[in-house]
Ligand binder design. Structure first.
Ligand code: TMP
Ligand code: ASP
Length: 242
């Protein structure tokens, strides 16, 4: 296919820049090395993160697409850049938890790493200003963030993503502790997976040692942040990062 040229900057988020293209149905997304945590109270740079996140997201979007989940992904057009379908992002962050960690372990006072059965799927309202507050279905519908039908699609989509990623990552010695997904709607209303699936948005632990190989190294000042990202890239998408 012909790759449409980059147009104007439409939106700059904490981790990515979104540009229009000559095709109004497509946008180009550049993954940044900038890192933030705790709703941007902590800021820094993780060298090479943009390329790692673009490579890992490309591979994991392929894996979930093969499992039948529709995504916005079209092509990786540069080491740190994707061409994707333009969507309206649904302001619901979908959090999938196979183990308790992070805010969940803190909220319920349980051990970090506790296995969760069944897997927990939660909604947060996508709002940095409010700190992405957790919400239930009624809140999301009453405040107009999503319809009942969309929440159904989000739940089924997130469960399917988890089912596809768990065995793929297990084969690569990675324990998928939890992750965050965002979905969007195409002009015809179809809900598709959007955003990214990367060490910024997932907790990946080494399956053998429990070592954290994701953004928690930055959040918690564990050191060797770049090495963690490179290790995830090497296991998931080695050929794409060079
Ligand atoms: P949490 O434990 O802080 O609630 O995070 C759960 C998962 O969601 C974890 O893998 C990190 C990811 N996440 C994001 O990608 N963006 C966010 O804004 C938050 C709060 C979490
Ligand atoms: N992405 C959020 C932030 O930048 C939260 C996090 O990942 O810890 O603040």
């Amino acid at each position: 296919m012909t790759i449409p040229d980059r147009g104007e900057l439409l939106y700059e988020g904490k981790g990515k820049r979104v540009y229009s293209t000559s095709d109004e149905t497509l946008v180009r997304v550049v993954f940044k090395d900038d890192a933030t945590a705790f709703n941007a109270q902590k800021r820094g740079t993780i060298q090479g993160k943009g390329v790692v996140n673009a490579a890992v997201t490309e591979r994991l979007m392929q894996v979930v697409a093969e499992a039948g989940v529709d995504t916005h992904f079209v092509a990786r057009v540069a080491p740190d850049e994707h061409l994707v379908k333009r969507v309206d992002i649904i302001p619901v962050e979908v959090i999938v938890r196979n183990r308790a960690s992070g805010s969940f372990a803190k909220r319920y006072g349980v051990e970090d790493g506790l296995e969760l059965e069944p897997t927990v799927i939660e909604w947060c309202y996508k709002s940095d200003a409010l700190g992405d507050p957790p919400m239930n279905d009624a809140t999301a519908v009453a405040l107009g963030f999503a319809t009942e039908e969309q929440l159904h699609d989000l739940f089924e989509g997130a469960a399917a993503v988890n089912d596809a990623l768990l065995p793929f990552l297990d084969e690569r010695g990675l324990d998928l502790v939890d992750f965050k997904l965002e979905f969007g709607t195409l002009p015809d209303g179809t809900v598709v997976l959007a955003d990214e699936i990367s060490p910024d948005t997932c907790r990946f632990w080494d399956a053998a040692s429990g070592e954290r190989l994701d953004k928690d190294r930055f959040r918690l000042d564990l050191g060797d942040v770049e090495a963690g990202y490179q290790e995830v890239a090497a296991r998931i998408a080695l050929e794409e990062t060079s």
